[in-house]
Design a protein around this ligand. Structure first.
Ligand SMILES: Cc1ncc(COP(=O)(O)O)c(C=O)c1O
Length: 396
């Protein structure tokens, strides 16, 4: 772990707790990107020689991402970030006027607003189901499952066409039982599509036993996978591939990228490539693969999660001892997100800047209004000690 940490320039001069915003890029990944860029220039950026290289880069990256998500490589579309992985497929779903989109009250604002605009465009109804108060942490999973299902059941109707839910909630840090929810929705008469935002789960927790049950599982490489910004992906179910039309169309969406055939009613790829658009940055692929490989050298997915849980538990337990702080989760965190409220402070944003001046970086959230610290496998006890000292100094 120490060597991986030392290879991350971002961690050399700060205590970093914003892995859920963006992960630090290891120097080896930066070198892989650079080498790939040189290779593109060496082969010739637009020559016959480059296409096999590009195909190899895309295919090998999709294979790795598919394995992590427990799906086939042709179910993966490469995207630029989580949000486009969420939004591009839902814009292509066959909605009818009056149908409903049901969104959890813990989703990211960009995704929520895109759903609202879609609802305005297609005259759909938007409803929310509330899970923000589910705060048991890792303890008592069956109870969490029951609470989410109860919240959904209150709002689901025969017209519900799409349910939007994150795997690991970015605000509270609570883990959602995606496989159970998917099975529950599949048994509901409306059989809504399930869109899962995997921004906080991908490469932090094992996702393969859940992602393959979602209709749309969107993720990014630049958060917990510590890859470069600008590269993400989405895993799509057979049902979405069969039912959807491409939403933002370009030459990469086409079966034959070289012609626009006026007689072909369906010129698009039948697999996830229908949601890919046009030219993108190929060297980033090598960077993401390198980061994933470096993480895997530190242990398998479960072993890495155990390390993350060890750190988040240490912070969570220490926060219980500070009278002026209350943690959002009332039980040990399921993963590396620890959110907490310093309730004697009127302006939480101030603390972010004060701690930042000391080289300690975390973020604030508005809903619920709290601070969030993320802990990764490269976190060390010293980081936690400094954070706790800083918090005590400014909140007691
Ligand atoms: C749950 C969730 N969804 C979406 C996003 C937006 O990510 P991106 O910029 O990769 O689209 C974030 C970013 O923090 C997030 O936490």
């Amino acid at each position: 772990m120490r060597n991986l940490r030392l290879s991350m320039p971002a961690l050399l001069n700060k205590c970093y707790f914003n892995f859920g915003g963006q992960g630090p890029l290891p120097i080896q990944s930066l070198e892989s990107i650079n080498n790939s860029w040189l290779k593109v220039q060496d082969l010739g950026p637009f020559t016959s020689n480059i296409w096999p290289y590009i195909a190899k880069e895309i295919n090998s990256t999709k294979s790795i991402l598919a394995k992590i998500c427990g799906v086939r490589p042709n179910q993966i579309a490469l995207t630029e970030n989580v949000t486009s992985g969420c939004i591009l497929p839902i814009l292509g779903l066959p909605f009818k006027t009056g149908e409903q989109i049901l969104i959890s009250d813990c989703e990211h604002p960009g995704v929520v607003e895109a759903c609202k605009q879609l609802a305005r465009d297609k005259q759909l109804e938007i409803k929310f189901f509330s899970i923000i108060k589910i705060s048991g942490g890792i303890d008592n999973r069956p109870q969490t499952t029951q609470e989410v299902i109860d919240a959904l059941r209150k709002e689901l109707t025969i017209n519900t066409k799409l349910v939007v839910l994150s795997h690991l909630l970015w605000n509270t840090g609570q883990l959602m039982p995606i496989k159970d929810i998917a099975k529950f929705l599949n048994n509901h008469p409306s059989k809504p599509y399930l869109l899962v935002d995997g921004a906080q789960s991908f490469a932090q927790i094992p996702v393969k036993n859940d992602a393959c049950y979602a209709d749309i599982y969107a993720f990014t490489g630049h958060k917990w996978a510590c890859g470069p910004e600008g590269l993400g992906g989405v895993a799509l179910s057979e049902r979405v591939l069969a039912d959807s039309t491409p939403s933002l169309i370009g030459w990469r969406s086409l079966k034959n990228e070289n012609i626009s055939d006026t007689h072909d009613q369906n010129p698009f790829h039948t697999d996830s490539r229908r949601f890919e658009i046009a030219t993108s940055c190929i060297p980033l692929l090598a960077g993401l693969r390198c980061s994933i490989e470096l993480l895997s050298r530190e242990g398998n997915e479960l072993e890495r999660l155990k390390t993350i849980q060890k750190w988040s538990l240490k912070l969570w337990e220490s926060l219980q001892d500070i009278d002026t702080i209350s943690t959002i989760l009332k039980g040990p965190p399921p993963a590396g997100l620890v959110s907490f409220v310093p309730y004697k402070i009127a302006n939480i944003k101030q603390i972010i800047n004060l701690l930042g001046e000391k080289g300690i970086w975390l973020r604030d959230l508005e809903h619920p209004n709290c601070l969030r610290a993320c802990l990764h496998i490269v976190t060390e006890q010293e980081d936690i000690n400094k954070l706790l000292d800083g918090i005590k100094e400014h909140t007691i």
